[in-house]
Structures are given as C-alpha cells and as structure tokens.
Design a protein around this ligand. Structure first.
Ligand code: AP5
Length: 191
C-alpha cells in the first residue's frame, strides 16, 4: 500500500495537491477538515461540537479526530493506499496513526511537507475566503490557525524526520510544478 501524509500549514496546498495525487495514484483521500465540515453542514452532534473549535481556528480534540480516522480506515479495508490530508496534527495523532496502520499491517510510506511562507499562506486563504465563503478564512481565524500550526503541528516534523519519512516540498510556484516535484518523490517509492 502507498500511504501518503500531506503535511503543512493552512493554505499550503494540501487539498489541492491531494486531488492530483488521488487522480494519478488512485488513493483514498482522508481529509479530517472535510469530514468535520460535512458534519457541521448536517448539524450532527459531532458537527456542532467541532464547529466551536473550528470557528476559532483551534484543533478539535484528539480523541474525536482519532476516532473518525479509525472508523474510516477500518471501513476501507481494500484500498491501494491512503492520502492523509490534515491528519495528523499533534504528536498523539501521529502515534495513533502509526498504530492504526500497523493494526492493518501497513505503514506510512512518506510525509510530504509543504513549505510556504506565512504571507503567501494568508494571502491564499483570504482570497479563497472571498470566493468560497469558508468561515475560518478570515484574518483573525487565519492568525489563530497559523499559531496552532506552529505550536502543535509543526513539531511533528521532527517525529517523522526521526522515522526517515519526511520529505520537504517547495510549496510556492505553479500547482503543476509543485505536483511534478511531488510525483518525483512518490514515483521513486513505487519503482
Ligand atoms: P483543514 O480543512 O484541514 O484546513 P487547513 O489545514 O487549515 O488547510 P486548508 O484547507 O485551509 O489548506 P490546504 O493546505 O488544504 O490548502 P488548499 O489546497 O486548500 O482544517 C480545518 C479545521 O478543522 C482546523 O483548523 C481544525 O479546527 C479542524 N481539524 C481538521 N483536521 C484536524 C485534526 N487532525 N485535528 C484537530 N482538528 C482538525 O489551498 C488553499 C488555497 O490556496 C486554495 O484557494 C487553493 O486554490 C490555493 N492554492 C493552492 N496551491 C496554490 C499555489 N501553488 N499557488 C497559489 N495558490 C494555491
């Protein structure tokens, strides 16, 4: 199985590059942000709880997202592999993901870390907010999301570096060029 973690700050292009990866490699996409936004639109109990955190740019508690992931992986037994987009975001989530995959006799193949400057991230998200109306794409919530990223998520890079799985990707430039540097890395894992 090919299991890819696409890692990076809000707006670094995780969702955009995931779509291209799914198309090329036939992977199953797991975006915790998308799952949570679907729950919010259904106004489910989970959605209502998650909305309180997401609207402030804070992380939804680990046990909630870990449970979501566990269910998705269990119900996707036969798959070419997964692309994890926006998960893990904390060390406990990273450790839980290793255990979940191990239970299914597989492991993370690579962690693609998208490097983009803060000013560019903010610019992209503000632009998207104007078009899509995503409620967390406003200056105040973006600042909070970036702070949360640097405090809680970025330290995971060290975790994956120690495992020898972290590959940095220059995340600025055209979407096509970025995808081409990603496929170079992924193709080298397949051959
Ligand atoms: P989530 O939905 O994961 O959002 P995020 O990490 O903030 O990421 P984004 O979707 O904003 O950005 P992206 O990196 O996917 O970039 P994209 O391709 O969209 O999480 C939302 C919230 O849910 C969190 O804040 C948290 O509350 C909660 N949550 C989710 N997962 C959680 C977890 N595991 N634990 C706890 N809580 C969790 O691109 C952004 C924009 O830039 C787009 O408009 C795109 O068109 C544009 N763009 C992309 N690439 C380029 C390029 N190369 N040049 C110019 N523009 C580009």
């Amino acid at each position: 199985m090919l299991n890819i973690v696409i890692f990076g700050a809000p707006g670094s292009g995780k969702g955009t590059q995931s779509e291209l990866l799914i198309e090329k490699y036939g992977l199953t996409h797991i975006s915790t942000g998308e799952v949570l936004r679907r729950e919010i639109s259904k106004q489910s109990e989970l959605g209502l709880k998650a909305e309180a955190y997401m609207s402030k740019g804070e992380l939804v508690p680990d046990f909630v997202v870990i449970d979501i992931l566990d269910n998705i992986i269990a119900s996707n037994g036969i798959s070419k592999g997964f692309i994890f987009d926006g998960f893990p975001r904390t060390l406990p989530q990273g450790e839980a993901l290793d255990k979940m995959l191990d239970k299914n006799r597989t492991a993370i193949s690579v962690v693609l870390s998208m490097d983009v400057e803060d000013a560019e991230l903010t610019d992209r998200l503000i632009k998207r907010g104007k078009i899509s109306g995503r409620s967390d794409d406003n200056h105040e919530t973006i600042a909070s999301r970036l702070k949360v990223y640097y405090n809680h998520t970025e330290p995971l890079k060290e975790f994956y570096k120690e495992q020898g799985k972290l590959v940095s990707i220059e995340g600025t430039g055209s979407i096509e060029n970025i995808f081409s540097s990603i496929t170079e890395v992924v193709d080298s894992l397949i051959v």
